[in-house]
Design a protein around this ligand. Structure first.
Ligand code: ATP
Length: 350
């Protein structure tokens, strides 16, 4: 296949298993986020793709050509890492032009390319500034411009926005995504922030326990997590313990139908019913029907834009997310009917 292919990648550091059996195919032009909690192997995987680390087993291919052993500088990839490593004694323009100069590009051409890149990262006219005179967000943009100077085949970024405050970070996520769409460059970003991954990626690679847990478009992963780990890591999920019964999940004495039964489940065995809080519906007490349970409201958290309602359904805790205009009738201590629509329910291995 054309694009980047990772075949059965393992990586050990002594007795530490950093990556186990990672298989991945990334087509040209995609924006991919490697997402997972601390220590799951994201950085190690990015470093293997970059050529900064050799895998213990497995192969890396780019456009069907094996590059597992190829030196970093021969790969022609652009990289931005957590520590930006901009040269503090050089100007913005000199920083961006660094790679161009090493390649022997003539000065007028360097200047033209620097101007073009500054335009691209929305900092026109800043070439003569010193790095120390820039804000955190501006430095980040300069690091990105520098990495793009040589028109890399792959653009690799490790937690590029983690040093920025929350608001700037969200702005930069959108900016980075728009920039990538404009250039069409295959981009791989490491992040532990699921909102960041959902904002930017065409393809999210959820990693956990040093393996790939699920690969897919952000919304597919959100709607159809393959296991509890993914359901819990991406957004908020109700994971209600029960047992698999006739293709549904038995919870608090009631059999609830589900849209899908995940792998590794057996009839009569333990199963978790997974449903997103915004899919849970509240009705007046006593409104019997399919996939409904009687419940009591244990807490109402009114956050202004949304309202979170915690429910107790015969000892089972369920969280419901609703809109302010809908919750007036539901008060702490009140009894309700809780509907878990089958189309929004999954049965997952516990
Ligand atoms: P974080 O989000 O905290 O950066 P990560 O998902 O990027 O985490 P890695 O940095 O890839 O995780 O580390 C994966 C595992 O490999 C961890 O257990 C880590 O301690 C271990 N590890 C990484 N690099 C080395 C090394 N050079 N020597 C020994 N162990 C290492």
């Amino acid at each position: 296949m054309s694009g980047l292919v990772l075949e059965k990648i393992d990586k050990h550091f002594g007795s530490v298993v950093a990556l186990s059996d990672v298989r991945l195919e990334i087509a040209h032009g995609q924006f991919v986020c490697l997402l997972g909690p601390s220590g799951c192997g994201k950085t190690t995987l990015l470093r293997i793709i970059a050529g900064l680390e050799a895998p213990s087993a497995g192969r890396v291919l780019l456009d069907a050509e094996e590059i597992t052993e190829q030196a970093v500088h021969k790969r022609g990839f652009g990289m931005v890492f957590q520590s930006l490593a901009l040269f503090p004694h050089l100007t913005v323009g000199e920083n961006i032009a660094y790679g161009l100069k090493v390649r022997g590009l003539a000065k007028p051409e360097q200047d033209a390319r620097v101007a073009e890149l500054l335009e691209l990262v929305r900092l026109p006219g800043l070439a003569a500034r010193h790095i120390a005179q820039l804000s955190g967000g501006q430095r980040q943009r300069i690091a990105i411009a520098r990495a793009l100077a040589l028109k890399p085949k792959l653009f690799l970024l490790d937690e590029p926005l983690s040093a920025l405050d929350a608001k700037l970070r969200e702005e930069m996520q959108i900016e980075l995504r728009l920039l990538q769409q404009q250039l069409g460059i295959t981009t791989i970003v490491v992040t532990h922030d699921q909102r960041e991954a959902m904002t930017m990626a065409d393809l999210v690679v959820v990693m956990g326990d040093n393996r790939v847990q699920q690969v897919g478009a952000p919304l597919d992963i959100y709607r159809r997590p393959v296991n509890r780990f993914v359901a819990d890591f991406i957004g908020t999920s109700n994971l209600i313990p029960g047992r698999l019964r006739e293709g549904g999940v038995e919870v608090a004495g009631a059999r609830l139908a589900v849209a899908e039964v995940g792998p590794g489940l057996a009839e009569g065995g333990e199963a978790s019913l997974c449903i997103r809080p915004e899919e849970v519906r509240l009705l007046a007490a006593g409104e019997a029907g399919a996939n409904r349970l009687p419940g009591r409201i244990s807490f109402v958290r009114d956050l202004g834009a949304t309202v979170e309602i915690s429910l107790d359904c015969a000892g089972t805790q369920v969280l419901c997310l609703t809109m302010p205009e809908q919750h007036g009738q539901f008060r702490q201590g009140g009894t309700v009917t809780v509907e878990l629509p089958a189309a929004a329910c999954l049965a997952l291995a516990p």
